[in-house]
Design a protein around this ligand. Structure first.
Ligand SMILES: *[C@@H]1O[C@H](CO)[C@@H](O)[C@H](O)[C@H]1NC(C)=O
Ligand SMILES: *[C@@H]1O[C@H](CO)[C@@H](O)[C@H](O)[C@H]1NC(C)=O
Length: 410
């Protein structure tokens, strides 16, 4: 049923493709398919803008259609047991193997956080369901997929706090025992906004003196890591790239904090910084943290700082922008030093590429063991494209590479 729905969408996309043709770099594989897929996303985004402008529905309410179109009902099959659970008030889906290891060996666990810009997405989307099952069978692991609450109904820090509560609950030794989990083999992982939440909760756990069980690893897939500079070279280069154009990413950021449109406009112009956040710009200075190859043709200029009163909600926005629970790149090296080993996946054609590259540099400078998987022909969201008819070779390769890393490092 779901596949048929998606197929209809792709067909709808195909019809609008000729209207919305956009050049796609020649080293991206399966370009025609990506163009069709993207034309659907673009059409939906145009429709959403239209609906919002005429006052019919909010932009994100219309965009939620993507989430519904890919919705599945996660059920047990003959290899994987799937249950809906409630961890300290938060909905989660738990995927686990039926079979106990004959040796009685304890299992690994991965807390997985879906992407969607804190506004869209669900654990119950086909690709996340497939990924979780794949991890269970390949890693003999328990996967906890978190249904954190979304913007615009809930703004930051609700998403972060939902995930953190799930982590704290799950990492209790009696809960781990119930799932036969080895407390020394637990990771957190997520893609895009889920990668942001994964990085943020990893930092928070490390700082918590009451926390006994710690994570062994964090795996971040094209993560969002900072809200201060939305004009890094990757934001400039990939402004119009498929799946996640700059305008959509900026909307996600803005909506994570507030639905006030004047903040959105300031973020679009990269003029949203205030004196408090500007003091932290040194942590996202791409001129210092990007490898040479990525900055040569761009000239660094720090985002301007408005000294006059912030346009909206002047009491809370400065704090939010400077909050590392929203932008995990905004912490000093001393905080990074104690973090567990990391896997960071970046894509060349992604506005978020430089967020990931900077985190790789900063973690390595702090002495953290980092595996960096860069995809030169990669585009944002590729790991979501692993189910028919919108499945891409690169999505499958990413999944295999990522799972192999977990196999060897968790
Ligand atoms: C960014 O780094 C460059 C060179 O590494 C330096 O000249 C500039 O002052 C820095 N700017 C900020 C805001 O940290
Ligand atoms: C960066 O600065 C150099 C030297 O001033 C200039 O030649 C080049 O065009 C600038 N690049 C961009 C992308 O603005």
């Amino acid at each position: 049923m779901r596949s048929r729905g998606v197929f209809t969408l792709v067909l709808f996309g195909a019809l609008t493709a000729y209207l919305l043709y956009s050049p796609i770099p020649s080293n991206i594989e399966e370009r025609w398919k990506l163009m069709l897929t993207d034309s659907f996303f673009k059409s939906l985004s145009h429709l959403a803008e239209l609906c919002e402008n005429v006052g019919l529905l909010d932009y994100m309410r219309v965009m939620m259609f993507i989430t519904f179109a890919e919705r599945v009902i996660p059920v047990s099959d003959d290899r994987v047991k799937v249950t809906d659970e409630n961890f300290d008030g938060i909905e989660v889906i738990v995927y686990q193997p039926y079979q106990q290891e004959p040796s009685g060996e304890l299992r690994r666990a991965i807390i997985y956080l879906h992407g969607g810009g804190w506004c869209l997405g669900s654990s119950r989307m086909g690709p996340y369901d497939l990924l979780a099952r794949h991890m269970v069978t390949e890693l003999n692991a328990v996967i906890v997929s978190v249904e954190y609450r979304l913007a615009p109904a809930y703004h930051f820090p609700v998403q972060f706090e939902d995930v953190y509560r799930v982590m704290k609950y799950f990492l209790h030794s009696d809960v781990l025992k119930g799932y036969h989990i080895n407390p020394e083999r637990i990771a957190v992982s997520g893609d895009s906004a889920g990668g942001n939440l994964a990085a943020a909760v990893t930092q928070q756990l490390q700082k918590d003196p009451t926390q006994h069980v710690q994570l062994k690893a964090q795996a971040l897939i094209y993560p969002v890591l900072q809200a201060l500079d939305l004009n890094t070279p990757s934001y400039q280069q990939n402004k119009h790239m498929p799946i996640l154009p700059r305008t959509l990413m900026v909307r996600f950021w803005s909506e994570y904090f507030t639905s006030d449109k004047s903040f959105l406009r300031a973020m679009m112009d990269n003029t949203h910084n205030n004196p408090e956040s500007a003091a932290l710009l040194k942590f996202v200075n791409w001129s210092s943290y990007l490898p040479d190859a990525y900055r040569q043709t761009y000239n660094y200029s720090a985002p301007p700082v408005l000294n006059e009163k912030a346009p909206v909600d002047s009491l809370s926005l400065p704090r939010l922008l400077a909050d590392p629970r929203a932008s995990p790149l905004l912490v000093p090296d001393a905080t990074l030093r104690s973090l567990p080993k990391a896997y960071v996946l970046t894509c060349e054609y992604d506005v978020l590429r430089d967020d990931g590259l900077m985190y790789v540099t900063r973690l390595r400078n702090a002495g953290v063991d980092v595996t960096h998987a860069h995809y030169p022909g990669g585009f944002h969201g590729a790991l979501m494209f692993i189910t028919w008819p919108t499945d891409f070779e690169i999505g499958h390769r990413m999944m295999e590479n990522y799972v192999t890393w977990l196999k060897q490092n968790l």
